[in-house]
Write a protein of this length. Sequence first.
Length: 92
Amino acid sequence: MTNFFESFFVIVIIFCLCALFSFFIRLIIIRFKEKNKKSEPKQTAPTIYFVQQTQSAKKRKKTKRKNTTVALKGLMITPEKFEALKKNNFED
C-alpha cells in the first residue's frame, strides 16, 4: 500500500496536468479568435486632403434644339393672320 503523502502527490500532479491542458486549449481558442478578427477590415479615421490645384472642368456643349416643322404650315393661323381675321380683313 502507498502511504498518504504519495497518493496526495499523485492527485496534485493529475490536477496540475489537467489545469495545464485546459490552459493550452484556452490559448489555442484565443489565437483562432484573433486570426478571425485580423481578417476583418479595421475602421480607420477619415483622412482630409487639402487640394491646391484642380483641373478645369470640361464644359458641356449645349444641345441644339431642333426647329419644329409643321406638316400643314399654310393652314396654320399666325398671330398676324388672327388679327386680320378678327378685324374682318380677309385680304392679308
